[in-house]
Design a protein around this ligand. Structure first.
Ligand code: AR6
Length: 183
């Protein structure tokens, strides 16, 4: 599924983010930035040891913040590492931290002249954020950023499996409807 926001495109794809050809891919890391499981493990395995070498020099990354390294052996030129919230029921500021992880990743892309980037579904694996809620937060934040900034041409969400893809598709359809009603 694909929608246009101003001159930018927002696209949902089912797949593996390590084979993405956008200029940057976003990693759902942990605060140490020293690797882990899930999408983080997959990115470090596919990208090779130079990504970890660069991460070691970054001094970690608090939840909601984003940092950048090169892409090592990946097709993507850069990896933007961000850290989502650990879900603790929803009343501990998780949504704001998740919004800020997306916003700061997009800002990092803009600051580095990156015009296309791909996101995984941050926090919805090991960190336990329910997919239905996380997909709305993620898409709403990216849509707002693209409405306000024209420097990024393409944002893709790479959803790992049918269940994640369908959750994002449902959220995007409902958010697009809500926006068109407001216009
Ligand atoms: N491509 C795209 N998405 C993927 C891939 C892949 N290759 N592999 C997994 N996913 P998670 P989190 C999806 O656990 O919840 C790590 O250990 C996965 O199905 O990777 O933010 C870090 O080091 C899920 O939908 O990240 C942290 O300690 C989504 O990516 C912790 O996990 C996120 O799942 C971060 O947890």
């Amino acid at each position: 599924m694909k929608i246009n926001i101003g001159s930018s495109t927002l696209e949902l794809v089912q797949g593996d983010i390590t084979s993405e050809t956008t200029e940057a891919i976003v990693n759902a890391a942990n605060s140490s930035l020293l690797g882990g499981g899930g999408v983080d493990g997959a990115i470090h395995r596919a990208g090779g040891p130079t990504i970890l070498e660069e991460c070691k020099k970054l001094g970690g990354c608090p939840a909601g913040v984003a940092k950048i390294t090169t892409g090592g052996n990946l097709a993507a030129k850069y990896v933007i590492h961000t850290v989502g919230p650990i879900f603790r029921g929803g009343d501990s500021g998780e949504a704001e931290i998740l919004r800020s992880a997306y916003r700061n990743s997009l800002r990092t892309a803009s600051e580095n002249g990156i015009r296309s980037l791909s996101f995984p579904s941050i926090s919805t694996g090991a960190y336990g954020y329910p997919l239905e809620e996380a997909s709305r937060v993620a898409l709403a934040e990216v849509m707002t950023y693209l409405e306000e900034h024209s420097d990024i041409d393409l944002v893709r969400f790479i959803l790992f499996g049918k269940h994640a893809y369908e959750a994002y598709e449902k959220a995007l359809m409902s958010l697009s409807k809500e926006k068109s009603r407001k216009v």
